[in-house]
Design a protein around this ligand. Structure first.
Ligand SMILES: Cc1cc2nc3c(=O)[nH]c(=O)nc-3n(C[C@H](O)[C@H](O)[C@H](O)COP(=O)(O)O)c2cc1C
Length: 323
């Protein structure tokens, strides 16, 4: 009943459990792992519209689809409607199926230039950005926060503007920009939006377990959810959420052995896709997220942080994995 197909614009998606965009995390390997574990759609990291139109090769590589990725959902950020429109076209031409606009990022480097939550604050410009982006011919969605700060909660106006300009769904993380990732997400606001919005609403915020997902779907009647921090180091959260929603199976927490095997699998996939050196460097924060939750985990985590190459990381993980 709570796990359902969802339609976003012209896209029919088999289920309403997504993985959220996360800069520094949701590259094509992580998305592959999330989708293998049951996410029905996995957003890319936020991608700079300015860098895309400048033809920056590193940025263009972020549009890479993993082998078998059914829906490539590209999130763009920026502040200029015209540039965002051109970037949406580049993403469409490179094979994207859906474009999401980041109107909620609280990072200063982004908001100072008028992007992320600063764009969400400027409702007129936000509408113009959507108007420019829908011209690329793909479903366009927007991810917003509840507002800039406690005194400036403009999500109702923001939603009205983007829907009017053709947005096909709203991702709603009901924290203010000022809140960052602290405090609690305002699920009441999410419920209010879900009841009123003429397009699907995908809820975000505090989804740290399958039961939290069920609770959000029940309490807010949102059309779907996107799991963020809860999936870092725990990709099985997607399959366990689907089992809970479908069959009522209570969550079976992963054993240390499960976590270590998942970490090793992720590391090997990253090495194959990005090369050994890059994987060894960039995977450390992810390895730290996998290796947690049992008494001797902190020692292994510290040892992993000191490694400088892939083989040392694999040796450490293998030392704890039973054959
Ligand atoms: C490390 C990290 C990176 C994030 N990057 C993005 C991003 O690129 N685009 C975006 O819209 N939201 C981003 N977010 C916000 C998440 O998508 C999500 O809305 C937020 O973490 C709330 O969900 P949670 O409380 O379940 O983690 C990021 C969050 C984290 C923790």
């Amino acid at each position: 009943m709570y796990l359902q197909p969802i339609k976003i614009g012209s896209l029919h998606i088999n289920g309403n459990i997504f993985s959220a965009p996360m800069a520094g995390y949701t590259d094509c390997v992580t998305r592959h792992i999330f989708c293998n574990n049951g996410a029905f759609l996995a957003y890319t990291e936020m991608i700079s519209s300015e860098a895309l139109v400048r033809n920056n090769s590193r940025t263009l590589s972020m549009l890479k689809r993993f082998d078998g990725e059914k829906i490539l959902a590209v999130q763009l950020y920026g502040s200029k409607p015209e540039i965002l429109g051109r970037a949406a076209l580049i993403a469409a031409e490179s094979g994207a199926d859906l474009i999401d606009l980041n109107a909620g990022c609280p990072v200063r480097k982004v908001t100072q230039k008028g992007g992320g939550a600063a764009l969400g604050r400027d409702v007129r410009k936000l509408g113009l950005a959507i108007r420019a982006m829908v011209k690329a011919g793909l479903p366009v969605t927007v991810k917003i926060r509840s507002g800039w700060d406690e005194t400036e909660q403009n999500w109702r106006e923001a939603v009205q503007a983007v829907v009017q300009e053709g947005a096909s769904a709203i991702g709603f993380h009901p924290r203010t920009c000022r809140q960052g990732y602290g405090g609690k997400a305002d699920w009441k606001a999410l419920g209010e939006l879900s009841a009123a919005a003429p397009v699907p609403v995908i809820g975000s915020g505090d989804l740290d377990s399958p039961s939290a997902v069920l609770k959000m779907l029940k309490k807010t009647s949102c059309s779907g959810v996107m799991i963020a921090r809860g999936a870092i180091g725990y990709p099985e959260i997607f399959s366990r959420t689907c089992s809970l929603l479908n069959e009522g199976t209570p969550e079976i927490p992963p054993t240390p052995e499960d976590r270590l095997r998942s970490a090793k699998n992720h590391l090997l996939m990253a090495a194959e896709t990005f090369g050994e050196n890059s994987a060894a460097r960039n995977m450390k924060k992810l390895l730290a997220a996998y290796v947690r939750g049992w008494p001797s985990a902190s020692k292994l985590r510290n040892d992993l942080m000191k490694t400088t190459n892939l083989s040392a990381q694999l040796t450490l993980l293998d030392g704890f994995i039973q054959d």
